[in-house]
Design a protein around this ligand. Structure first.
Ligand code: THU
Length: 153
């Protein structure tokens, strides 16, 4: 009816992903996080969050991305983790995050679950709006956490 013909797609031997990583040394962490805050899309909350995920291969940035439907926004921490995993980077060393407002920069519950699953025994650095920094263990963010082991019969 539609006079269709079959066209063979060329075989793709390999898909090469360019690395999404930045090179950030220890003195550049805070200024990089602050610069990154400008990339956050915070139409609803005006609460930018930036995250740097330190992977074995380099540093993957993330920011929060809001959309018109408030419930569909993405958090900076999970953007960084998702981006890293989609590029095949899974060896995470630590994470740093920065907010511009609030008394204490701290990941939301959903981010804690994801952070804990992918980096359960790592350090996480919170750069607070007042210029101070605190360092924590990810295991302390989610005591008595739900894991896939909980699903075992
Ligand atoms: N947000 C993050 O990006 N990370 C968190 O862990 C806490 C909350 C974002 C979500 C939303 O875009 C804005 O901050 C206000 O909740």
């Amino acid at each position: 009816e539609y006079n269709l013909s079959v066209v063979e797609s060329p075989k793709i031997e390999a898909i090469i992903f360019e690395s999404p990583t930045l090179s950030v040394n220890s003195s550049e962490v805070k200024p990089t996080l602050i610069t990154l805050l400008d990339k956050a899309i915070t139409t609803n909350s005006d609460f930018p969050v930036s995250a740097l995920l330190f992977c074995k291969e380099g540093v993957v940035p993330g920011v929060n991305i809001e959309v018109s439907d408030w419930t569909k926004g993405l958090c900076g921490e999970r953007v960084a983790i998702s981006k890293a995993i989609s590029y095949g980077l899974t060896d995470f060393d630590s994470m740093s995050l920065h907010t511009l407002k609030g008394e204490f920069s701290s990941p939301c519950g959903a981010c804690r679950q994801v952070i804990h699953e992918h980096m359960p025994d790592n350090e996480i650095n919170f750069y607070h709006a007042d210029g101070t920094l605190s360092t924590h263990y990810t295991s302390d963010l989610l005591p008595f956490s739900f894991t896939s082991k909980s699903l075992a019969k």
